[in-house]
Write a new protein. Sequence first.
Lengths: 342, 529
Amino acid sequence: MDGEKEKVPAQVRTVNPLVPVPRGPIPTVPPESTRRTVRVTIDGREISVPEGTTLLEATRKAGKDTPTLCYLESLTPVNVCRICVVELEGSRALVPACSRKAEDGMVIRTDSERVRLSRRLILEFLASSVDVSTSPQIRSYLERYDAQPQRFGVPQSASEGRDAAHAGVHVVTDGSRAAAVAQPTKVDNELYVRDYGKCILCYKCVEACGVDAQNTFAIAVAGRGFDARISTEFAVPLPDSACVYCGNCIGVCPTGALMFVSEHNMRKAGTWDESRQSSTDTICPYCGVGCTLTLRVQDEKIVRVESPIENGVTHGNLCVKGRFGWQFVQIQDKNHNGSDAG
Amino acid sequence: MEDTDLIILWGSNARETHPIFFHHLLKGVRKGAKLFVVDPRRTSSARWADVWLGLDVGSDIALANAVGREIIDAGLQNRTFIERATTGFDEYRKAVEPYTLQHAEKITGVPAEVIRNLAHSYARAGRAQLCWTLGITEHHNAVDNVLALINLALLTGHVGRYGSGLNPLRGQNNVQGGGDMGAIPDRLPGFQHVENDTLRAKFEQAWGVKIPAKRGWHLSAMFDAMEEGKLRGLYVIGENPLHSEADQGRCERLLKGLEFLLVQDILFSATAQLAHVVLPAAAGWCESEGTVTSSERRVQRVRKAMDPPEGAWDDMAILCNLARRLGHDWGCPSAKEVWNEVRRLSPMNAGMSYERLESLGGIQWPCYDETHPGELFLHGRLWQDPIVGPPAKFSAVEFEPPVDRLDKDFPLRLTTGRRLESFNTGVQTSRYRSPLRQPEMLDLSPEDGERYGVAEGERVLVSSRRGSAVAPVRFDESLRPGLAFLSVHFPDEVATNVLTIDATDPKSGTAEFKATAIRVEKICSPAGA
């Protein structure tokens, strides 16, 4: 029992639906405890940033365009591509800017010869072993760092056996051709293709499928070293895996290894033409969450759907309906008799 | 949702029906929030729960009242909040008195200890979110179900604070916006009551017409009015009632009995096939301009990405042309011009200029002027000292079982819902190919499968007191014996709504889609195989 007598508030006793409820205070988010700031020197210029800031954020704040491949604002850094490395005074090795936190008094060089050499080598190894033709980002980095991947020779041709590779059983090439991850494209469902000959193992798809967004865990990295590859459990086709076709892996893929079937087919047919495409932001037609869809349209047809990574509702993620469920606006059959739907 | 300590998902399978909302929920869970899922089925959402409460369909009020009683009994209610910001607590306390844990266990099937756990965890949490969907509202006592949940929030003060609140998850991209704009029987845009003379006069002056001073009909009342011959013509925009309404047989008879049926849709839906006139429309979300309001009251812009097919018009152009031919020249305003009229008449939208909607990426109402940032949550007024406006009211509500009773002829409880890759009657989703999609099947517990001697994939006759449908069987371990599940996505494969009951909630007009009494029979003739 409450034990206390209910007091009668001074206001009206009951809610009258005819009368609008008066305005209350504007709600606010409780402030985070104020963070201390630390000072770091980047390419000779000292800046201050809040404690906990990564070196990547600090270099960007200092106006430096630090390249990244495996890093994405919405994902936990996994430190695998090493393209973002910077020189930290007093540190033997170069440090990954995407995950190293700024500390007071750090002296950073983002564009020293050592940094440039390291980035160039990484890009050469990647571009000599992986098909980067559908990654404008890597191609621009190749140019920026004057990378020469062709010096390792012509890449090996596609091999069927990568999914069965075992640790320790690795055939070394004779050196005349560049070792490559080339393999046939996996087309095993109606919605998206996996072309792992274009995969740089940045782990973004694994992260997006896992704890960082979707929590479905349909894919992981299998194998070690040069045999490492993204795989479903026991390399089963996607329809036999845990995949729910949210396509959030496509949304984060930086190389085009994961691609809408619509885009894949158009590229194959030579009809994919980005100069004829427009991008329009709108809201998904399905549930009430209100996800922003960026519709890529070519010749009055939707060819790809994404969501902006900085959007507070989606963080770039969608579900299967939002990403793939748009065919109903492209049916051109005027005599459609509705037999398959209501 | 991400900064809370406890989340209750009540009558919602958000993992499949609101997948991106569930991402936010999981972030909260990963940061340490406890998740309780209340659902007759052990859904894919329930699999993420710390505790799953598998109650019997339609016993929600018994469960909620028992949670309330236990909180009071243990002295865990928020006395200060109750005293300062609410009324009706004493009546509520009396009403929940009979709902002991043991009594509730008998009604709901949830063990007393588990109900006690929920009550204590919810009351003790620093911040707690209570979310629900159609598992609460598609019942004959929908409003009472919601009130029973609101009582719990008032009891604990889990409302109107950052990280604490009540969250009904809206099922469609603009069902909230429809309500905002007055597409409900008793409201004008901005939830201004049509029976309030001052508010109505404001609209009459702006529009230069008289507005009926009494509220109109909601959807279910319209069907009743058709039955009584009071409603003889119907204008349906973007809806497929033939397949989406409960008791499809009755719905079809009433639609066919209309003197005039006009359907405006982007596709030739089943309802359109019954219409006297069909007006082909542009798709609102990608072939025209405007706004929609999401579940969190966020008004966002929809934009035209491509032209509609030849002959299909923007909804607004159709309406304006129709108005002109009926003698009212509304001109041909742009979406922005119409929106600016909304801003003039609806105070809660006043500060939402197209420019601000663009630059802020959407604004949560209310937004009274162009300096107002929109509001992250509602009801903060209840925490002001003294509170602003009237106190919130406890509502004593009683448990009442579903209308469609189980008996020896109809011993199984059928409930309905959505599946991940599909949506409602499939008008939209049946047109994309998904590897996830399977033929529609009647989900049964493996135990019931054995009891009725049916095998997986076998086609059976499913009958309710209203009709019968044939469906293949699938065994689903998320179902307890006595519970069956069907979606409404494939009305041409399995006409689920032939079975459902149109017993409706008198206050909201929502039909009891979630609780149908059925029986399952083997089909003996080989033709059925």
